[in-house]
Design a protein around this ligand. Structure first.
Ligand code: GLN
Length: 322
């Protein structure tokens, strides 16, 4: 028993040391990618920002940088909406959205035409719009949004989490591509609710603002087979948690998913706000934030930081060496 405790202690201090090293190395990097200029409000975020938080199985948090600064989680919210939709509709959701990696950009229209209005997976924008449409079933938009926000606040035990209305307004004004995707799917009968309702709820859930610390907490149920270890409550069935992780691995970084799996070796979900949520099954939940994006719209230094972390800690779903 004492030996196990000692080993835990070693792992723990390792995480702290590794995080400090990563922070030092990342802050010196010059190549940071580009902030997401297509959502005007996100273009104003300081590209030098960087935060990283790791929550281990016992609930201890290790964090560096701006780990308590809220940022726009954007597409990371799609993990939470997928979890909710699976909880409500189960496998029936797969009648309206696929489970295959897209190999295309997150807002591709060409692909949707090719697939006759059925999005490839729930993490590209079209797929997330379908998931939002499902959550709207039997609800007014305000109620659907309330359900999503309550879920996120519930799994973090943090009622301070808010939606950034200026980001919503920014995306409402500039969201022509998403409007095109939604209208296109509506023409195929894939969306049931009015396009304005679906887009409204979607823009709002993308504009949820969370810090790395809050986001890492929110991912804990995925790291622990559907159970939130802090409350011992099942958030989602074990099998579903595993499957959400598998989708994060194969589709969570759009056309950068292969590179992310190769370099980081974990299920992860990115957002154009520069955040990434990554899961080390049975071990930890990780959130990183660096607003500069690579060509695929994924956080450039966020991915680099996660690669350093998993390499140095020996964390990978393809073989742990710790
Ligand atoms: N709200 C963004 C959009 O719809 C989300 C994209 C992302 O984070 N990849 O374009």
């Amino acid at each position: 028993m004492a030996k196990i405790e000692n080993e835990r202690q070693v792992v723990r201090s390792n995480v702290d040391v590794v995080l400090c090293d990563i922070f030092r190395e990342i802050t010196q990097r010059k190549e940071r990618g580009q902030v997401a200029a297509y959502i005007p409000e996100l273009a104003d975020v300081d590209i030098e920002s960087f935060g990283l938080a790791v929550v281990d199985a016992g609930g201890k948090v290790a964090a560096v940088g701006e780990a308590d600064t809220p940022f726009s989680i954007q597409s990371i919210s799609k993990v939470f909406t997928l979890t909710l939709a699976l909880g409500r509709f189960g496998d029936r959701i797969w009648e309206r959205v696929g489970r295959e990696p897209s190999g295309n950009s997150f807002n591709s229209i060409v692909q949707l035409e090719f697939d006759r209005g059925i999005p490839r997976n729930p993490f590209i924008n079209a797929g997330a719009l379908v998931v939002t449409d499902l959550i709207l079933s039997g609800h007014e938009p305000r109620e659907a949004l309330g359900e999503i926000l309550s879920f996120v606040r519930g799994i973090t035990a943090d009622s301070s989490i808010r939606i950034d209305e200026t980001v919503v307004a920014s995306e409402q004004r500039a969201g022509f591509r998403n409007a095109a995707l939604a209208n296109f799917m509506k023409s195929f009968g894939v969306l049931v609710h009015p396009v304005e309702h679906v887009l409204g709820v979607y823009f709002h859930h993308c504009a949820i603002a969370m810090s790395c610390r809050q986001l890492a907490k929110a991912g804990r149920f995925l790291a622990h087979l559907g159970r939130d270890p802090s409350t011992n409550l099942m958030v989602v069935q074990s099998e579903r948690a595993r499957r959400i992780n598998s989708l994060m691995l194969t589709c969570g970084h759009y056309n950068g998913s292969g590179e992310f799996a190769y370099r980081v070796g974990l299920p992860g979900k990115s957002g154009v706000g520069g955040g990434i949520l990554a899961i080390v099954p049975n071990v930890a939940s990780i959130a990183v934030w660096s607003p500069g994006l690579d060509v695929n719209g994924n956080s450039q230094l966020g991915r680099v930081a996660l690669e350093m972390l998993t390499t140095r800690m020996g964390w990978s779903i393809f073989g742990n060496f710790q």
